[in-house]
Design a protein around this ligand. Structure first.
Ligand code: NDP
Ligand code: 2IT
Length: 444
């Protein structure tokens, strides 16, 4: 059995009940095959694949809090500090009832390679809780966040581990957690990113993941003698990533006709009304059923279904495994040109393979959604120098980073004879830097 297959089998056997982690490792290992096989004895002796799939540290803890009725509630909290070869652990916190160890491990594993691709000094980590912020009062969210940080604060710091937002964690949650960290540790430092602008946040961080996704998509199309101008774009999700992806597509002359949330989806053939969407999701924290009140001619459907709408470009921006093989077939049948992932691992392995085999330009999330964490790293830089940069300064750096990521993954794929395979390119380019740093630091 080859070294790659042997370690993959052991990772799966050692981590039962973690299908998303198996999926993420399988994708990366398949891409790394030519790299590893070119020097198999060396990588095996160094146990590189075993080391890169074993988190440096995992912290799991109880999060007790009191709800508005006086009832004590208990949630699970977790932080996976996966790999610190190239910098302090960096990655978001997800608050969603589906959160478990396997999901946080898959996200932390992906984050290692994503953070490497940004070219900035950040290692990989991820955390979260099975707490569901939906339907909770601000007071309940604060009680939860304070309890969560009361434990987490023992394990993080501006130079050790810097969490940020992800699904269910936005400006409100980051603010409550920052306040609690400061009270307990007595430190006013850049321990979290995605902070508010009055207490150390960076301009353009809110927009960064969605904008970055579209900057990369634009560069991809330009390099294939195409552009977003006049294109029909299908987006899933209606959260932070989706909203700012829609905004940037519109600015670049494309028309986004869909968005979705966890209960249903909207089709607006005239183009999504972004102001309405922001009011529904960012201000009122309401359901997409509200959208029809703003746009009577739009359609609302229960369940999932955005991928059946004919489009040139598809941007999955909601969650993992939301674009399945039948969706991929439908997109190809409808003539899609490019699929770029805004979410983490939204496309299943078989759907990815189908899209690639049918000539669709496909960019994996660890490259195309890296603008969020890259801008988090820019927030860390600003915090360290105790200065704030203008929106234009941050935005232009973000754009440069996304364009560079595209060219790096394109070049890495070509180097291994896999031109146009951006999954391979992203995994190989991300891996190379991390492994060089790991080897230089000895057995650790
Ligand atoms: P938000 O919580 O702001 O939005 C998530 C959106 O996806 C919401 O519309 C939500 O619906 C929907 N959604 C969540 N879970 C499900 C589900 N199980 N089924 C269907 N719809 C679902 O999160 P973000 O926009 O921040 O994150 C979206 C994706 O992007 C995630 O994969 C995240 O890991 C990834 N990402 C985020 C980054 C960031 O900077 N925020 C950076 C890089 C990647 P509802 O409105 O009903 O809750
Ligand atoms: O998946 C991700 O890259 C994020 N949720 C953002 C992480 C960060 O540290 O900004």
């Amino acid at each position: 059995m080859s070294y790659v297959d042997d370690v993959l089998a052991r990772v799966i056997a050692k981590n039962p009940s973690e299908p998303e982690f198996h999926q993420a490792v399988t994708e990366v290992f398949e891409s790394l095959r030519p790299v590893i096989e070119a020097n198999e004895d060396f990588y095996k002796r160094e146990a590189i694949l075993e080391r890169i799939t074993e988190p440096e540290r995992m912290i799991k803890f109880r999060v007790p809090w009191v709800d508005d009725s006086g009832q004590v509630q208990v949630n699970m909290g977790i932080r996976v500090q996966f790999n610190s070869a190239i910098g302090p652990y960096k990655g978001g916190l997800r608050f969603h009832p589906s959160v478990n160890q396997g999901i946080i491990k898959f996200l932390g594993f992906e984050q290692i390679f994503k953070n490497s691709l940004t070219g900035l000094p950040i290692g990989g980590g991820k955390g979260g809780s099975d707490f569901d912020p939906k339907g909770k009062s601000d007071r309940e969210v604060m009680a939860f966040c304070q309890s969560f940080m009361t434990e987490l604060c023992k394990h993080i710091g501006a130079d050790t581990d810097v969490p940020a937002g992800d699904i269910g964690v936005g400006g409100r949650e980051i603010g409550y957690m920052f306040g609690q960290y400061k009270r307990i540790r007595g430190l006013y430092e850049g321990v979290l990113t995605g902070k508010g602008l009055t207490y150390g946040g960076s301009l353009a961080r809110t927009e960064a993941t969605g904008y970055g996704l579209v900057y990369l998509t634009d560069e991809l199309l330009k390099c294939h003698n195409d552009s977003l101008e006049g294109k029909t774009v299908v987006v899933s999700g209606a959260g932070n990533v989706a909203i700012y992806a829609i905004e940037k597509v519109q600015q670049l002359g494309g028309k986004v006709v869909t968005c979705s949330d966890s209960t249903g989806w909207v089709y607006d053939p005239e183009g999504i009304d972004l102001e309405a969407l922001k009011e529904i999701k960012e201000v009122n924290r309401a359901r997409l059923t509200e959208y029809k009140k703003y746009r009577p001619d739009s359609e609302y459907h229960e369940g999932r279904g955005v991928w059946q709408i004919k489009c040139d470009v598809a941007l999955p921006c909601a969650t993992q495994n939301e674009l399945l093989i039948d969706d991929a077939k439908q997109l190809v049948a409808n003539g899609v040109t490019a699929v770029c992932e805004g979410a983490n691992m939204p496309t299943t392995l078989d759907a990815t393979e189908y899209l690639q085999k049918n000539g669709v330009l496909f960019v994996p999330g660890k490259a195309s959604n890296a603008g969020g964490v890259a801008t988090s790293a820019l927030e860390m830089s600003q915090n360290s120098e105790r200065l704030s940069w203008t929106f234009e300064e941050v935005d232009s750096k973000l754009k440069r980073i996304m364009v560079d990521i595209y060219h790096n993954i394109d070049e890495a794929a070509k180097r291994y004879g896999k031109e146009g395979d951006y999954v391979a390119g992203a995994n190989i380019a991300g891996f190379e830097k991390v492994v060089e740093a790991m080897l230089a630091q000895g057995v650790c």
